[in-house]
Design a protein around this ligand. Structure first.
Ligand code: NDP
Ligand code: 8X3
Length: 253
């Protein structure tokens, strides 16, 4: 029988690559995001694999009514979720603490922290019934070191690390694994979102070194999700070879 994965934020970047990887390995996929048109296009492409089922769900992770309406009302055939990837997230702005916008801070806290909590709560109730499951939370190198002008983005990712540790402890009785993956710079739509559509600023982030690709993260997650039942990777930092941590990146010029 096929296994099932639920991936939040599957309309671009890591989430889309994760869906493509798992679908290629014959996993059923529940994919989510706010942009319905994109989600439907991705669902249609993944459905070319006739051995699997794909369920696109449109909801905003910051809206708890939407999250629970979508996940509490899944048909029985989707109740057996083996892996949840809490990937939906964003950085909004990169400004000094005293100049940053409250709206940006709220968007990051609501999405990266509260959204992750809502989705986890809904899916954990299904995993508990099944006495198995694996939650994979996407942290960041920003969860390990706070960098200049990273303030609240870093704080939300530190929170993802703390929540991962808490989930790992409290979900032990249900045999639910919890893994936190902490990537360094990867070229996705992340910086375009962070810099509010400024393509030049976004491109500059990845200039003069080879960043991670979304596929690198998808392959790493596939590895973590397919280890034997008694093995759990708790916490993993992954950067491109050119990057040591939040502070040091070797640039070509
Ligand atoms: P992208 O911007 O390419 O993808 C982000 C995804 O999150 C999109 O699918 C978007 O879908 C979804 N999303 C954002 N806000 C919401 C929301 N309110 N409700 C539902 N879905 C939402 O970025 P990445 O793929 O790079 O980012 C994925 C995760 O990885 C994030 O948590 C990010 O913080 C983290 N990360 C990224 C790194 C990088 O360098 N790229 C490095 C380390 C961590 P839609 O807009 O359709 O809702
Ligand atoms: C995204 C990577 O370096 O902008 O989490 O924090 S970084």
């Amino acid at each position: 029988m096929n296994k099932t994965i639920l991936i939040t934020g599957a309309t671009s970047g890591f989430g889309k690559a994760i869906a493509e990887k798992f679908a290629a390995e014959n996993w059923n996929c529940i994919i989510t995001g706010r942009r319905k048109e994109r989600l439907d296009e991705i669902a249609a492409a993944l459905s070319s694999n006739k051995k699997i089922k794909i369920l696109p769900l449109v909801f905003d992770v910051t809206k708890k009514e939407e999250v629970f309406a979508a996940l509490d009302n899944l048909k029985d055939e989707w109740h057996n979720i083996d892996v949840l990837v809490n990937n939906a997230g964003l950085a909004a702005g990169r400004d000094a603490f005293d100049e940053a916008l409250l709206d940006d801070w709220e968007a990051m806290i609501d999405t990266n922290v509260k959204g992750l909590l809502y989705v986890s709560k809904a899916v954990i109730s299904l995993m508990k019934e099944n006495k198995k499951g694996h939650i994979i939370n996407i942290g960041s190198t920003a969860a390990k070191e706070v960098y200049k002008d990273g303030n609240v983005y870093c704080a939300t990712k530190f929170a993802v690390n703390a929540i991962s540790q808490a989930q790992r402890i409290d979900l032990l009785p249900y045999k639910i694994k919890v893994t936190c993956i902490n990537p360094g710079a990867a070229e996705t739509e992340f910086s375009l979102v962070r810099f509010k559509g400024d393509e030049q600023k976004a491109k500059a982030v990845y200039q003069d070194f080879k960043p991670l690709r979304a596929e690198d993260i998808a392959n790493t997650i596939y590895y973590c999700a397919t280890l034997p039942e008694h093995v759990c990777i708790n916490d993993l930092i992954i950067t491109s070879t050119a990057q040591a941590n939040s502070f040091y990146t070797q640039k070509d010029k």
